[in-house]
Design a protein around this ligand. Structure first.
Ligand code: DGY
Length: 375
């Protein structure tokens, strides 16, 4: 593994643990006076490897969801003079924010640029699972297609069904907006907060249904169990914390319709993956579309062999626009903190992606705890 140094001689030193897409993020850091040390490794770095590169002098770092940003790394960053860290992700369950806060280190993430992109992958997994796309493609490529048949790869019709969301924040709501109006699906969601905007959107879409289209509704459920029982499709959009680890275990999976479709673009450990493998085995009409896994990059034994599971390698946010945008936001987080800029009250992604960079840090999750100024 090599580290490449850009903008040598900068006033600040920033370590970036992967080569990020696009060019703007490096320009942002360069313009902010940062010398940038970038790893070319394609595998997850160990804490020891990151610590070694932080060295004796490092003002900020951009790290990955595959790295354990906890006591050891924040202690090393602090000892090197560090004040800013940004995850190259919107989710930050790999980061022990309290350990950073304790040491006066700001922690950034990259919200806003992933919303529609991740929702689009949830849609892709849903349709791939419902209409058995990967399974039938494998059959075709294997030369097994001998002619049209009345019962070849019968799938599940989504039109007029019930779309369930566990978590109706930015990404969950975007997914429902993409699918429910076009497929005339009722929405049932469980979330700590009511999403009035989504409810209003579905009500307005119901009125715009066109001749003969069935009206659609959107209802907040009082429990996850209610969503699981009623929905034909359940898409998971919760963050990972102790309350959501194994949220879908064997007993909750058993509540779902035998031909339901479960989509997960959130975090792998939200599902008890061994229980899901068992459930998929016992219920061949049940389908899962998974972007994330409990022990990435490993898969639960048996999962890869199941035809009723559609699996992709944690790529829900992998469009060029999004990944370049994430890089820019992560760089702007670090550059903003090092230059003493205030933190944006709300992330307006567009203002960071082109033109002169606003004198703000886009998203610092412990801004309040560190009493950072907000603009
Ligand atoms: C995130 O940002 O949290 C995704 O899982 C990776 O893009």
């Amino acid at each position: 593994m090599n580290w490449t140094v850009h903008h040598r001689g900068g006033r600040f030193r920033v370590v970036v643990t992967k080569t990020l897409p696009g060019a703007r993020w490096l320009e942002v850091l360069g313009a902010a006076g940062c010398e940038v040390s970038v790893s070319d490794s394609r595998r997850p770095l160990t804490a020891a490897e990151v610590r070694e590169e932080l060295g004796a002098r490092c003002d900020g770092a951009i790290g990955q969801l595959t790295e354990p940003w906890a006591e050891e790394l924040f202690e090393a960053l602090k000892a090197a003079g560090g004040r800013a860290y940004s995850n190259y992700a919107v989710g930050y369950d790999n980061v022990k924010v309290a350990e950073a806060t304790k040491r006066g280190i700001a922690v950034g993430n990259t919200p806003g640029v992933l919303t529609e992109t991740t929702a689009e992958m949830a849609v892709a997994l849903l349709f791939a699972a419902a209409r058995r796309v990967p399974e039938s493609e494998r059959y075709l490529r294997a030369g097994k297609f001998t002619g049209w048949l009345p019962d070849l790869f019968l799938g599940k019709r989504l039109w007029g069904g019930v779309l369930g969301l566990v978590g109706a924040g930015r990404i969950g709501a975007a997914f429902a907006r993409m699918v429910a109006p076009g497929h005339r699906m009722d929405v049932i969601y469980h979330d700590l907060h009511r999403n009035a905007e989504l409810e209003d959107f579905i009500a307005a879409s119901s009125r715009l249904g066109g001749p003969g289209a069935r009206p659609i509704s959107c209802r907040r459920a009082s429990s996850v169990e209610e969503v699981l029982r009623e929905a034909d499709v359940v898409s998971l959009h919760v963050l990972l914390d102790p309350s959501t680890r194994h949220l879908l275990d064997a007993s909750r999976l058993a509540l779902m319709k035998p031909d339901a479709i479960l989509v997960n673009t959130s975090r792998g450990p939200v599902i008890d993956e061994a229980a899901l493998v068992e459930h998929l085995r016992k219920n061949p009409d049940f389908r899962a579309g998974l972007d994330v896994f409990e022990r990435e990059p490993a898969l639960a034994p048996g999962l890869a062999e199941l035809e009723n599971a559609v699996i992709v390698p944690h790529i829900a946010s992998a469009t060029r626009w999004t990944r370049e945008g994430m890089a820019t936001l992560a760089a702007a987080n670090v550059a903003g903190v090092l230059n003493g800029y205030p933190v944006a009250r709300e992330v307006n992604v567009e203002e960071f992606l082109a033109g002169p960079l606003p004198r703000k840090a886009p998203s610092i999750v412990n801004a309040r705890e560190l009493s950072l100024p907000v603009a």
